[in-house]
Design a protein around this ligand. Sequence first.
Ligand SMILES: [Zn+2]
Ligand SMILES: [Zn+2]
Length: 126
Amino acid sequence: MVGQNVINQFRISENFMLDEFQCTCCQRVMLHNKFLYKLQDLRTKIEKPIIITSGYRCSSYNEVVGGVKGSYHLYGMAADVYVPGLPLEELLRAAEQVGFPGIGFYPNNHFLHLDVRPVSPARWQG
Ligand SMILES: [Zn+2]
Ligand SMILES: [Zn+2]
C-alpha cells in the first residue's frame, strides 16, 4: 500500500513538485497548467528557489485562512509565494515582467499573491 506521505511527491516542471501546490489541510490539489508554466518562468528568471506558502486550497481551508469567496486558490490558479534572500519588490518586478495577470503585494507579511485570472488584470497591495 502506498503511504500517504508519498502522495503528490513527483516533479511536474523543471523546479517544482506537485506537493508544493497541495492543500495544507487535506493534500488535495488542483493546478492550472498556465499557472505552473508562469511560475516556472518566474523561477527560471530569478534563479532562486520559490517558496509556496499557499497553493491550492479546498473550500474549508480557504475559509480557515480567511480567503475571499471565489478565490483563485480554489481553482489551482493562484499561489502565495516568497523567495528567501530576494527583496519582495524585486520579486514583484520579476512577476510583472513574466506577465501574471493577478498580483497582490503584501510587504508586511512578506509575500506575493500570484494568479492567472482569465478576466482583466489586477494589481493590489495588502
Ligand atoms: Zn484542504
Ligand atoms: Zn493568495
